[in-house]
Design a protein around this ligand. Structure first.
Ligand code: 5GP
Ligand code: ZN
Length: 109
C-alpha cells in the first residue's frame, strides 16, 4: 500500500528499530513508547486490522502471535499485554494490522 507507514517499514524505506522477524512478520520498537517495553508486531502483507488478518490469512496471524510471544519472553519477565486496537473509535491510528506488546516488567528490571 503506497501510503501505509507500516508497509514502508516492511520495505525498509523508513527506518525502525527491528527486534525480531520471520518470513511473514516483523517486530519493532514503537516510536512513542507508552510502557518500558512497547513493541509492535505486524504482518509483512498489508491487512487493515487484525480482524481482516484473521479472516484473510489466519496462518499469518498465528505467525505474528508466535513472534510477539517470543519477543515478549525475551524482553519481559513474562507479564505483558498483547493488544490490537481495531477501528478508529477504539484508538486505531495506523490501518495496517499490528499488535502492541506492552509491559512494565522489562526483563532486566
Ligand atoms: P494504534 O494507535 O494504531 O493502535 O497504534 C499505532 C502505533 O504506531 C502507535 O503506538 C504509534 O506510536 C506507532 N507509530 C506510528 N508511526 C510510527 C512509526 O513511523 N514508527 C514506529 N516505530 N511506530 C510508529
Ligand atoms: Zn500496510
Amino acid at each position: 500500500m503506497i501510503d501505509c507507514i507500516f508497509c514502508k517499514i516492511v520495505a525498509g524505506s523508513i527506518p525502525a528499530t527491528i527486534v525480531g522477524e520471520t518470513e511473514r512478520s516483523i517486530a519493532f520498537q514503537d516510536v512513542q513508547p507508552r510502557q518500558p517495553v512497547h513493541i509492535l508486531v505486524i504482518p509483512r502483507q498489508h491487512h487493515a486490522n487484525v480482524a481482516e488478518l484473521a479472516n484473510n490469512d489466519p496462518e499469518a496471524l498465528v505467525d505474528l502471535m508466535q513472534l510477539g510471544s517470543r519477543i515478549a519472553s525475551e524482553q519481559t519477565t513474562g507479564h505483558f499485554r498483547f493488544t490490537f486496537n481495531t477501528g478508529e473509535l477504539a484508538g486505531q491510528t495506523v490501518f495496517h494490522a499490528h499488535g502492541h506488546i506492552t509491559s512494565n516488567q522489562p526483563v532486566n528490571s
